[in-house]
Design a protein around this ligand. Structure first.
Ligand code: BLA
Length: 516
């Protein structure tokens, strides 16, 4: 393993982001025991509520937020199990009069043995009304989309319209947790991030885990000074309060540095989850100062993310049906041309103009009685190709086998000039058909240069990671990896195999008949 991989694991993935011991300053947090006594409070209660922390600890909630608001909290706790955060709707006079002197949102949730009360002022926001009608209209526009691309575009439009961020992206993970910006809505004067790829380390494992459970997060002001919780260790548990579901949770300083390197002044993201796995994020940036998004707007954004998430499966199925139909047409074309060609099927096949398109390959090689034939962007070194065949053919019985990581099977391949990164092998009675794909590096544009931090780490694994300073387009090396072969490419390859075998068998029967 390269040094940076171990280093990123020990530094990035280990930051306990759910227990930062602090919140963002645009609200106030109180944690109560089951008797509604305050156990932990954020230190800004003094300035926000006019009561010093020392005076609140051990006292009843009413002491901090007044008897009317406190009674509503108690009633809500009695009614709800609080496994999910709930937004407490208080009368406007209570929201305005007794709390921070402004309209506030009061959000409750449970964290272990504690009830967490978060109070966020909402009046510094341009009021955006979220209504049942607007939710239903947005939902039906999401539902009307046909493809994954349209769904993601629509989601970006809706979330930007709703939240007013300068840029809203849909960021989609691949099977190794690298990500790509697949949809974007932005201010006209900003340069686009569409199509940029980012490495898995940008959103480390514990963050992805948290985002699978808690679907929204807001950093209202990247330049904020964190407000400590007091006491930092909950006296009941001896551990910091778990803020996994807190709306005000102070975020990782490394991530704040990363965003500020990108020129971001406020950020929000909403999870897209499919089958319990993080599929992507709606990532929102603001570049023109703090951007506070009130609770009901965040909930609406989360609702849109959830709606879109539920549509992913169906859109993917429909996308693959379209792709499948297209490939069937390509295969039908090949079949017709082979039938009209007098030469042996394999010999005719290698000259077919649509052969590479059939499985999205860069090159193909074929062995039959007459030896090796190659087409497209592929090495002509027979020994190398045979090595690739042997590597791809891990299972003696599989007639169609593929790998997008040949260099993982044989690390020395990464050093070989024009060795393919991925291969799909079709084994037939009459010979072998090998499709190859080049390294992703040649086809993918990466955002920023992940090597900056990785090089720094390789030199000194103890160094604290500094997110990369440059976000210009950078064509990074994803050593030894090709785009992965999709199920329909494997399926199409198998149809081609059946077609060829039938032809080869028929032809040899004909030849036997002629000989007899
Ligand atoms: C979190 N990283 C995130 C988040 C995003 C990204 C969207 C979620 C938090 C948020 O809503 O802002 C990454 N943001 C991106 C990417 C784009 C974008 C890729 O806009 C592309 C356009 N990050 C690093 C390194 C580390 C790291 C090297 O680059 C670790 C050392 C950490 N990222 C990191 C952590 C979090 C994070 C710890 C969690 C932040 C939190 O929720 O506390």
């Amino acid at each position: 393993t390269p040094a940076y991989e171990t280093a990123t694991l020990t530094t990035c993935d280990r930051e306990p982001i759910h227990i930062p011991g602090a919140i963002q300053p645009h609200g106030v947090l109180l944690a109560l025991d089951l008797d509604f006594r305050i156990v932990v409070a954020s230190q800004n209660v003094q300035s926000a509520l006019g009561v010093p922390v020392e005076e609140l600890i051990g006292r009843e909630l009413a002491h901090a937020i007044g008897t009317v608001a406190a009674a509503s909290v108690v009633a809500a706790i009695d009614e709800e199990d609080l496994t999910e955060p709930i937004h407490l709707v208080l009368p406007d006079d209570v929201r305005r009069g007794t709390l921070l002197g402004v309209l506030v949102d009061l959000v409750l949730h449970r964290s272990g043995e504690r009830i967490v009360v978060e109070i966020e002022p909402e009046d510094f926001v341009t009021q955006r009304r979220v209504t049942y009608r607007s939710a239903r209209a947005a939902m039906s526009r999401l539902t009307e989309t046909q493809t994954i691309a349209e769904l993601c575009d629509r989601l970006a439009i809706e979330v930007r319209e709703l939240t007013g961020f300068d840029r809203v992206m849909v960021y989609r993970f691949d099977e190794e947790w690298n990500g790509e910006v697949v949809a974007e809505q932005k201010r006209d004067d900003l340069n686009t991030f569409l199509g940029l790829h980012y490495p898995a380390t940008d959103i480390p494992a514990q963050a992805r885990r948290l985002y699978t459970a808690n679907w929204t997060r807001l950093i209202a002001d990247i330049g904020y000074a964190p407000v400590a919780l007091d006491p930092v260790l909950d006296p009941g548990t001896g551990a910091p309060l778990d803020l996994s579901f807190s709306a005000l949770r102070s975020v990782s300083p490394i991530h704040l540095e990363y965003l500020s390197n990108m020129g971001v002044t406020a950020s929000m993201s909403v999870s897209m989850v499919r089958d319990g796995e993080l599929w992507g994020l709606v990532a929102c940036h603001h570049y023109s100062g703090p951007h506070h998004v009130p609770h009901d707007v965040r909930s609406m954004a989360e609702f849109l993310g959830q709606t879109a998430s539920q549509l992913i499966d169906e859109r993917e199925r429909s996308d693959s049906r379209v792709e499948e139909l297209y490939l069937q047409a390509v295969l039908a074309g090949i079949t017709a041309r082979l039938a009209a060609d007098g030469r042996p099927p394999l010999e005719a096949l290698i000259d077919d103009p649509a052969l590479l398109e059939l499985v999205g390959a860069d090159g193909a090689a074929l062995w039959d009685d007459s030896g090796l034939h190659a087409v497209g962007d592929i090495s002509r070194d027979e020994a190398l190709l045979k090595r690739v065949v042997a590597l791809t053919r891990r299972d003696d019985d599989g007639l169609v086998q593929a790998s997008s990581r040949l260099a993982r099977l044989a690390p020395e391949l990464a050093e070989v000039e024009d060795a393919p990164a991925g291969a799909l092998l079709v084994t037939m009675a009459g010979g072998w058909l090998l499709f190859t794909r080049n390294e992703l590096v040649e086809v993918v544009t990466w955002g920023g240069d992940p090597r900056n931090k990785e090089l720094a780490l390789a030199e000194n694994p103890e160094v604290r990671l500094s997110p990369r300073k440059s976000f210009e387009k950078w064509r990074g090396a994803v050593r030894g990896r090709s785009a992965s072969w999709s199920a329909w490419h494997l399926e199409t390859a198998d149809r081609l195999r059946q077609l060829l075998e039938a032809k080869i068998v028929r032809r040899s029967r004909e030849q036997i008949a002629i000989a007899e």
